[in-house]
Design a protein around this ligand. Structure first.
Ligand SMILES: NC(=O)c1ccc[n+]([C@@H]2O[C@H](COP(=O)([O-])OP(=O)(O)OC[C@H]3O[C@@H](n4cnc5c(N)ncnc54)[C@H](OP(=O)(O)O)[C@@H]3O)[C@@H](O)[C@H]2O)c1
Length: 342
């Protein structure tokens, strides 16, 4: 018998979540049954989209159930196996994060779709948690949003918000690899220094800037062609204000509004989208996995050539997973926010 600790959603948070919205519980895990494997999670991801799953409302991803372990990306290791396709020691990715260990029948779960899948990973010598960050969903989001949704083309000036985070920092670097002028916005001097170290041309510390709209207009006097939207609110207003005709905006996320749906009511200047012929297009990365082979090929080449850098902010222990999640909303992560479980 193995004891696995897990984090359950206790209340549906109102406004900014607090530690009291989560509870730590323990479950006894029996030895895996016929056809089952047992997975010990090594790392789990906390992601901004999880805030959306805390509301009880229809969305592209179903609500978390109260009193049950939450879900999310995790990288684990097979510790017992009754499935010939999985050997003890194999590294696997799953959506069964927020817990230390679990049993699962890979064949039975394959029918449940991607949320139930257990995928073996060849790490190619990279740390396994890389597959929750630069080589995982956030990296794929950056690649998809910039190259497919915003349709980056030669000469574009690119503006990125939440630029020092998991997605934003990869967007900035792909744009730099492709020779673009990049403007990044992030909060605080440490993030500004990091963005300069990865070659971002102009960095806006939005927390030290009274007027983000005016600041973007100042650092991009000829305007921007692409906006990679992670934040919403005044950042979107700034991007619209500085957009050149036919600019494209990849609407990836709007974290400033996740805790207060409906606010702000703007952007107040959205009418400019008409006269400037702007294209604003939202996307969810899971709809774009046909790009995955191209993503892996390009990322492997860029990482191999030393052209991509990444940062991780790590909390240790399942009991600290809620803290890690909450820190996303106060910007206490540089690069990918992760929880180390073993
Ligand atoms: N569409 C998709 O399929 C998809 C997939 C993955 C992620 N996303 C979205 O992409 C965005 C980035 O996700 P991520 O995983 O890379 O997270 P992240 O950027 O690593 O972490 C979130 C960052 O957001 C910034 N932030 C938080 N509250 C803010 C506020 N009120 N105003 C301005 N900035 C704020 C913080 O940075 P500062 O210190 O700079 O404030 C924080 O570090 C999120 O909007 C997320 O929902 C979308």
């Amino acid at each position: 018998m193995t004891v696995s600790r897990e984090i359950r959603l206790k209340n549906r948070p109102v406004g900014v979540p607090t530690a009291s919205d989560f509870e730590l519980a323990s479950v006894d895990l029996a030895a895996p049954g016929p056809g089952e494997v047992q997975v010990k999670n090594l790392w789990m991801s906390v992601d901004p989209y999880m805030r959306g799953r805390m509301y009880d409302r229809p969305s592209y991803s179903p609500p978390f159930e109260l009193g049950k372990a939450m879900q999310g990306g995790a990288i684990g290791q097979i510790v017992a196996s009754h499935d010939p396709d999985y050997a003890v020691g194999d590294i696997v990715s799953s959506m069964f994060g927020w817990r230390e260990a679990f049993n699962l029948s890979p064949k039975a779960m394959a029918a449940a779709g991607p949320m139930g899948a257990l995928t073996k990973i060849d790490t190619h010598g990279l740390p396994p948690q890389t597959f929750l960050g630069i080589l995982g969903m956030p990296g794929m989001t950056a690649y998809t949003g910039l190259l497919r949704i915003a349709a980056l083309k030669d000469g574009d000036v690119v503006f990125v918000s939440a630029a020092a985070g998991a997605v934003g920092s990869i967007v900035c670097q792909i744009a730099k690899i492709k020779g673009h002028t990049v403007i990044g916005s992030a909060g605080g001097p440490e993030k500004v220094a990091f963005l300069k170290s990865i070659g971002v041309d102009h960095v806006i510390d939005y927390k030290a800037t009274p007027d983000v709209v005016a600041e973007l207009a100042k650092v991009a006097p000829k305007g921007i062609d692409v906006y990679f939207e992670n934040v919403g609110g005044v950042h979107l207003e700034a991007a619209i204000n500085s957009a050149r005709p036919f600019a494209r905006m990849a609407l990836c996320g709007m974290i400033s509004q996740y805790n207060e749906p409906g606010t702000p009511t703007g952007p107040a200047n959205i009418i400019q989208a008409v006269g400037k012929s702007l294209r604003l297009e939202g996307f969810i990365v899971s709809n774009h996995y046909d790009l995955y082979p191209a993503f892996v090929k390009d990322m492997a080449a860029w990482i191999g050539a030393g052209k991509l850098k990444w940062e991780e902010t790590v909390e240790e222990g399942i009991e600290h997973a809620p803290d890690a999640f909450l820190k996303l909303f106060s910007g206490q992560n540089l690069g990918k926010m992760l929880v180390k479980l073993a």
